[in-house]
Design a protein around this ligand. Structure first.
Ligand code: FAD
Length: 367
């Protein structure tokens, strides 16, 4: 008999299993996929670590979380500085002095602020009623038209003037020549990929891959005293209050044999509406790779339907209300712990999942 059956070998499940093992507990970890690591999984192709489920850049402000992951891998000095490609025009992201210089030829922060202010005033929007108006009221028309509109419409599959304003609460605008996307103290990519972290976390723990909890629920539940569930919460409760909605993605990965450097940057965002994909990733640049070949991945946003990978929860009022009903049931469970992005129906970055997993461990076992 196991102490815990852990459904999901992603970050939440693997950390819980590791910490439980440290405390003498016996765990069985299952995952329906054929690999460990969840969406953080990386696979070696042509000597390059390929981020199978989209670009994953580790960043955090929390020293405890940074020290925690550094136990399992050495992190390099990668700093995320994505490039925007708008119909062949190249701009730096996040919006900063380099972007403003390229857009308007301005060289001082004062001039850039004036330009944005002029465009905000000209648009004359007092109460933004949709995402388009919200974005223009925050950063003006030029940035909106070239860098936000097409990207956002592809991401959500709807025109920006039909999307709710709340999706964009604020837009990071920086009046320095600084292309670092994140503001956090710590940032990097594990040298040799993310999967080694999971191999170490799950070392000595029973793991069963290609095992879907819902296909053998009764047999699996009988194996352990408690369950840690990191799958979809609506499915756990047999969709009794309805299905929670997501946006999905399709990844198209190619090895390029005739070039060692295709786009000169790890992440390029395509911000026009004609290009069907939102991003192109060139994986070797996450690790400053010098291999002869290169591997690229195009990322296409898609409508989600059952059977597709649920990537981004749609946290609008309707879905959040349905989630709340499931959460109320979950709160009453004595033998099931829910954790991670699918069970909490919440977009989490990696450092947030680690924080949540460690807090759950403390609640379960004490400090
Ligand atoms: P998951 O990684 O999804 O793990 C859950 C696991 O449970 C999966 O392996 C799944 O197969 C398994 N499972 C589900 N249901 C069942 C079932 N019924 N039976 C058996 N197994 C099941 N974070 C960052 O910090 N930086 C980034 O740059 C970043 N980029 C991202 C880019 C994309 C495109 C996406 C989608 C996410 C990104 N993230 C990033 C977020 C990161 O992927 C998550 O924080 C992390 O994967 C969450 O871990 P988790 O354990 O909650 O979920």
């Amino acid at each position: 008999m196991y102490d815990y059956l852990i459904v999901g070998a992603g970050l939440f499940g693997a950390i819980f299993a590791y910490e439980a093992k440290q405390r003498g507990k016996k765990c069985l970890v299952i995952d329906k996929r054929n690999h460990i690591g969840g969406n953080v999984y990386t696979k070696e192709v042509e000597g390059i670590q390929v981020h199978e489920y989209g670009a994953h850049i580790f960043h955090t402000n929390n020293k405890r979380i940074w020290d925690y992951v550094n136990q399992f891998a050495e992190f390099n000095r990668y700093t995320n500085s994505p490039i925007a490609n708008y119909k062949g025009e190249i701009y730096n992201l996040p919006f900063n002095m380099n972007t403003f210089n390229k857009l308007w030829g301005v060289t001082s922060p004062e001039e850039a602020k004036q330009k944005i202010e002029e465009q905000r005033k000209a648009a004359n929007i007092t109460e933004p009623s949709n995402l388009e108006e919200q974005a223009i009221s925050l950063v003006g028309t030029d940035i909106y038209q070239k860098l936000i509109k097409g990207y956002t419409e592809k991401q959500w599959g709807r025109p920006a003037n039909e999307l709710p304003a709340f999706i964009i609460k604020r837009l990071p605008v920086r009046f320095t020549y600084d292309n670092n996307y994140f503001n956090d103290r710590f940032q990097g990519i594990p040298v040799g990929g993310y999967t080694q972290i999971f191999e170490k976390l799950l070392d000595g723990i029973d793991v069963k891959l290609k095992t879907d909890f819902f296909k053998e629920r009764e047999e699996l539940e009988a194996l352990a005293n408690k369950i840690v569930f990191t799958g979809m919460i609506d499915q756990f409760y047999d969709y009794q209050f309805g299905v929670l909605n997501y946006r999905s993605l399709k990844f198209e990965t190619k090895v390029l044999n005739d070039t060692d450097n295709f786009q000169g940057n790890a992440v390029v965002n395509y911000t026009d509406s004609e290009t069907a994909y939102t991003r192109m990733i060139e994986h070797k640049h996450f690790e400053f790779g010098k291999q002869e070949k290169t591997v690229i991945t195009k990322e296409y946003p898609m409508e989600w339907e059952q059977g597709l990978e649920p990537y981004y929860p749609i946290n609008d009022e309707e879905n959040n209300t349905v989630y709340k009903q499931y959460k109320d049931l979950a709160d009453q469970e004595a033998k099931v712990i829910f954790g991670g992005r699918l069970a909490n129906y919440k977009y989490y970055d990696m450092h947030q999942v680690i924080g949540e997993a460690l807090a759950t461990v403390e609640r379960e076992f004490g400090k």
